[in-house]
Design a protein around this ligand. Sequence first.
Ligand code: HEC
Length: 185
Amino acid sequence: MIKGILLGIVLGIAGVAACVYAYFATGRAPIAVEAAEMPFERKFARMGLHSYLDKLPHLEPQVPADEKNLLEGAKVYKSHCAVCHGLPDVAKTAIAEGMAPKPPQLFKGVGVTDDEAWESYWKVKNGIRMTGMPGFKGHLTETEIWLVTVLVKNADKITPAVKVELTGSPTTLAAPGAPAVAVKK
Ligand code: HEC
């Protein structure tokens, strides 16, 4: 009796493993960017990421989100992030359009302004496997990672000066009555 149940369990597990193997081995898994997602792909990837992140220390931002730091963060963002994550009022690049999953446009909609800063800091530092999001550890300093993190956390609150640093143009963001900002040459 017990033997029968055990045999059933072993055969069941082997059956599932064989199906997963066959799915990949017979070329059914999605490969092209426009192919439909794998069953539960997004659900499992998000679940894995969030249960992992929840266990990490929730650090406070190590630099204040003042104008000077947001300007410095903008410099880092222009060189290392804008090609994928976009700039305010600028059309998406071909690179951003051609990726799967698509990089969220961090100056459109909520971006990551509703995420905790430590979470974005961790993602910038370590990257996210199998998504195209690079890890910048060893290539940006700790301070640079925090500067760009506070920028994307505050992407909905940037001043015209920060927008000029990002895009070279202050248009559309100047609040009524705000002082005019010269475009940097
Ligand atoms: C080569 C393209 C690419 C570059 C360059 C890049 N990223 Fe990403 N990034 C991605 C993709 C793709 C994702 C989406 C990952 C996913 O779906 O989980 C992502 C995700 C993120 C997220 C998490 C977004 C969310 O909604 O959870 C943050 C924050 C982020 N990137 C910040 C940055 C910053 C800051 C830089 C520059 C230092 C940067 N990225 C550079 C492609 C890129």
